[in-house]
Ligand binder design. Sequence first.
Ligand code: SF4
Length: 469
Amino acid sequence: MSTALTLFEKIWRDHVVLEEEGEALVRVDLALIHEGSFHAFRVLDKTGRGVARPMQVYAFADHYVPSTGRERGMAGIPDPALREMVTLLENNAARFDIRLFGLDDERQGILHVVPPELGMTQPGLVIVGQDSHSCTHGALGAWALGAGASEMTHVLATQTAWLRKPKTMRVTLEGALPPGVTAKDVILAVIAKIGAGGANEHVVEYAGSAVRALSMEARMTVCNMSVEAGARSGLVAPDDTTCAYLEGKPYAPRDGAWRDALAYWKTLASDAGARFDREVTVNAAELAPMVTWGISPEHAAPVTGVVPHPDTAPDAVKRAEYATALEYMGLAPGTPLSTIKVDRVFIGSCTNGRIEDLRAAAGIARRGRVVVPSWIVPGSMSVKRQAEREGLAEVFRGAGFEWRDPGCSLCSSYNGDELKPGERSASTSNRNFRGRQGPGARTHLVSPAMAAAAALTGRLTDVRELMGS
Ligand code: SF4
């Protein structure tokens, strides 16, 4: 029997405590919670249990915090119900001695942005987060997955989780990305290829020369959207890029512990000859900037294309799905994607709210002025401060963008951060589901540079038209 293991299988092997009836009790290294955790704490209280390992739990005020008025603290949260949730998070974190990145913390930000930037996310860890996009952390070679309220209650009470072993899939991207094509385009192209359920119940490892060439932040964008293909998680094997990214970060190991960590991390890459349950290959050199035209991230196409006709769908179920999507989106088949007008632009979220995303957007923003309301919502306070230091905030303000405070904003769509019914956005978030950005809102997912281009033209735009102009 072959002993060659995949990256995921090595992490699994190192974390399983016991196996029973098709499930395994898995040791959890880090738990990440947000304001919605009050359900879990309520159950803990009712059952008289506490938090087993508070030092391995981090709390983030992100989903329900406003993107303006931060200087007013809690009073700046207009909706009393949301204010109560942020307050409960603060209270529960204090009661159980959990490190909170709260409303007024200088490191506040989204739970998938702050842990990597502080070095909490490390290769080989098992991370359970209270949000389906916890798969983001897999970019650093961790096995990271989202948990619902009852699973998170179990994690908080025991620092373990009962999990079914997922299958493995490898997506190999070879070749160099063409100019104007980014990690967001890569993952939208992958999801369009394999479908929104194409990775159901799998852990996806991204590999190949195109992935190795991606920065850590770009890898986070790719892993972040793995769940949109149905994957349990996304992973990239740790390499020199990973180690260089983590070195010196506040929560990264130091001195001898750093050397030990490096030695362990180097053992984690999938072994030559390791078998995956499914293999997918993509020629990265053939990719183009992508946009979504429908109500699923799989409804994506190169911006040079047209809105598809339902008759081109592969089967009757998909034909009906396409027709429903086009009706909701108010689009006619055959419409060139680059002629679709947008009402709003949102650059932010755990998919594309990092400093490299803002640099890419600013590179386009400096070439003109917005013609539609356009928001920049950094993924964290650290990103915000860094962007201000680099002069990016000035570029955005000078081009007419609104420069706002960190949080989920137009991804979770609370505190009035939402579109009006029928409004259409170019958005760097991860879900274009019906109503995700407000009832009746129409979302087109794009990369940060593509979103900035749309802000300057008022329509979905091939960013390559503006590059070099
Ligand atoms: S930005 Fe969106 S997907 Fe990411 S954590 Fe917030 S609500 Fe979840």
